[in-house]
Design a protein around this ligand. Structure first.
Ligand SMILES: NC(=O)c1ccc[n+]([C@@H]2O[C@H](COP(=O)([O-])OP(=O)(O)OC[C@H]3O[C@@H](n4cnc5c(N)ncnc54)[C@H](O)[C@@H]3O)[C@@H](O)[C@H]2O)c1
Length: 341
């Protein structure tokens, strides 16, 4: 690989332009080409980045040996075939979340990347936010104590997807955050949901996860809510934390609240005294653009050959939970065990 890798970005719809903007802002790489099936989208990108070549021909990227890496931001069903061709051609690959549409596809991509000694990374953007890193460090330090449960809400009106339900669209964010901060894996999932607008495609889902370490988590996802909500509550033995991503500042609030079960109590009144109400604090967290950090991390992994913080295996873990959740949905919310990969 040359000292300044050449990157191609495939998919210039809603999200792809964010990847183009961030890779383009990094001095260590060169965005050489962008690809989309839509001439309209390519014209728009050419207007923003006149120096970047545009093409509707994905094959021309695969066959171009001067392109070192490809970032894919196309609909989920296309992730596997596009990523596979790029890896087979010896390119490093960044794929938007979720990594693929099935665990078997993820396994194939992970194996191929290993065989070709190439970086495979998935766009678990929230893993690169300062708030999620803060939560990870706080949990690891033991300050919160034992994590009892995590409850997340990711709700808004739209954007309806045509081929995946809301769980596959929105829950990858919450799943990647929870797996990252807990450093634990779920052993089972239950998922219920309902399709109100498009037949067969749930626009609201509720997922619950049982972790091997005892933590319980619930993930509520909706495309059918009047308000945009991006909230995560962590309830633990020594304190509680709320991460509200909608807030412009002070997104994290830590509550010195807990329930202490007294060793002995005779009456219900005595039990009441064991509620602890303390202060709330909103820690200062230095801000940066997570997507830029994510793109930089991809470039770093390409050169160092280190495993990415959101590599193929992490991508596969998220898809494994989504697949089990789909099975649970089809069984009316039944508990589905998740095998260790
Ligand atoms: N990380 C995040 O926060 C985040 C946010 C939104 C979307 N995403 C992910 O980004 C991906 C794309 O989502 P989107 O909302 O931008 O979708 P979109 O439908 O707006 O855009 C997809 C684009 O890909 C193009 N395309 C489709 N098939 C193609 C092919 N074979 N070759 C070339 N171009 C092709 C389409 O023409 C379209 O312009 C999805 O995986 C989604 O989950 C990630």
């Amino acid at each position: 690989m040359s000292s300044k890798p050449k990157i191609a970005v495939v998919g210039c719809g809603y999200w792809g332009p964010n990847l183009i903007r961030n890779f383009n802002s990094l001095a260590e790489c060169h965005v050489a080409r962008v690809c989309d099936m839509s001439e309209d989208r390519l014209r728009h990108m050419k207007g923003l980045y006149p120096q970047v070549e545009t093409t509707t021909d994905f094959k021309s990227i695969v066959e171009d040996d001067s392109i070192d890496a490809v970032a894919i931001a196309t609909p989920i069903r296309t992730h596997y075939p596009l990523a596979k061709q790029c890896l087979e051609a010896g390119k490093h690959v960044f794929v938007e979340k979720p990594l693929a549409a099935a665990v078997s596809e993820c396994r194939d991509l992970v194996d191929l990347a290993e065989q070709k000694n190439r970086t495979l990374m998935v766009g678990h953007t929230f893993v690169y936010t300062p708030e999620v890193r803060f939560m990870r460090d706080m949990i690891a330090s033991g300050e919160l104590g034992e994590i009892y449960y995590i409850a997340t809400q990711r709700l808004n009106l739209g954007l309806f997807q045509k081929d995946i339900n809301v769980a596959w669209d929105l829950a990858p964010h919450d799943l990647s955050i929870i797996l990252y901060i807990l450093k634990d894996k779920p052993i089972a999932v239950n998922c219920q949901g309902k399709a109100h607008v498009m037949p067969g495609l749930e626009d609201i889902t509720t997922m619950s996860l049982d972790f091997s370490g005892g933590t319980f988590a619930t993930i509520n996802s909706s495309w059918l809510d009047p308000n945009k909500v991006r909230k995560m509550t962590i309830v633990a033995s020594k304190g509680m934390l709320v991460y509200d991503d909608i807030q412009p500042i002070e997104k994290i609030k830590i509550y010195d609240k807990r329930v202490e079960v007294p060793p002995h109590y005779d009456t219900f009144a005595e039990f009441q005294y064991s509620y602890h109400y303390g202060d709330m604090r909103a820690p200062y967290i230095r801000q940066y653009e997570p997507l830029k950090k994510e793109c930089q991390h991809f470039l770093d992994c390409m050169t160092s050959h280190e495993h990415s913080e959101s590599g193929g295996l992490e991508g596969m873990q998220v898809v494994q939970i989504l697949e089990a959740a789909s099975e649970s949905l089809s069984q009316g919310g039944a508990r589905v065990e998740i095998a260790v990969q």
